[in-house]
Design a protein around this ligand. Structure first.
Ligand code: G3P
Length: 217
């Protein structure tokens, strides 16, 4: 399973990248706002730091304008994945940009039928938002499972990129279903290592080690 980091915070990306935990990065207009940075500048910096796909989202709503924005974003670096919304205009932009050789991430997916359309439009990634579905009492992980089944039924090679991840359990569930990628905020990724029994066990070992009076170095 690939780990993407869902942020435009360079320091947070660098910290996880040094640990070998970053296979890619996803951003969106809200994350660019949060970073306080210019989209073109910060995206270029992220692309230089991370070798995997870096999603940068268009903000136009008409297909021709999305395509123009996508072409400009794609010029930032070879590892850009142009992010487009799951609308008919976005799907048209997806088809055109994919045909031109760009990676495209189709975002704001909330149904299996939408995911089917994105695959048929040639998307490299489909981004179903599990947390936002959970927010409205719809099981986000059931959608991931449905998309996995549909993509496997027809051997679509669009990668399922589970987005809007809020908890570590979302990551476990996505991995069990066989999603290709998760994208999570840095704080959620860092929590993956936490376990109270690890802390307790380490505390015990350190206490016993101190009693030996030994040093390794
Ligand atoms: O990648 C999309 C993701 O950032 C949305 O997350 O928490 O705003 O629903 P959230």
């Amino acid at each position: 399973m690939k780990f993407f980091v869902d942020t435009a915070d360079i320091d947070a990306i660098a910290e996880l990248n040094d640990l070998g935990m970053v296979d890619g990065v996803t951003t969106n207009p809200s994350l660019i706002l949060k970073s306080g940075r210019n989209i073109l500048e910060v995206t270029k910096e992220i692309c230089a730091l991370v070798s995997g796909p870096v999603s940068a989202e268009v903000v136009a709503t008409e297909a021709d304008d999305m395509i123009a924005e996508g072409r400009k974003l794609a010029k930032i670096a070879d590892n850009i994945a142009v992010k487009v919304p799951l609308t008919w205009a976005g799907l048209k932009a997806c088809k055109t940009l994919t045909d031109e050789g760009s990676m495209v991430n189709v975002t704001l997916c909330f149904s299996a039928n939408q995911a089917l359309l994105a695959a048929k439009a040639g998307a490299s990634f489909i981004s179903p938002f599990v947390g936002r579905l959970d927010d409205v009492n719809i099981d986000g992980m059931e959608l991931i499972s449905d998309i996995r089944t549909i993509y496997d039924n027809y051997a679509f090679d669009t990668e399922i990129l589970v987005a809007s991840i809020r908890t570590v359990n979302h990551i476990t569930d996505a991995a069990l279903i066989g999603a290709d990628v998760i994208t999570a905020p840095p704080g959620v990724l860092k929590k993956l290592a936490d376990h109270p029994l690890t802390d307790k066990g380490l505390e015990g070992f350190m206490a016993d080690w101190a009693k030996t009076g030994q040093n390794i170095l």
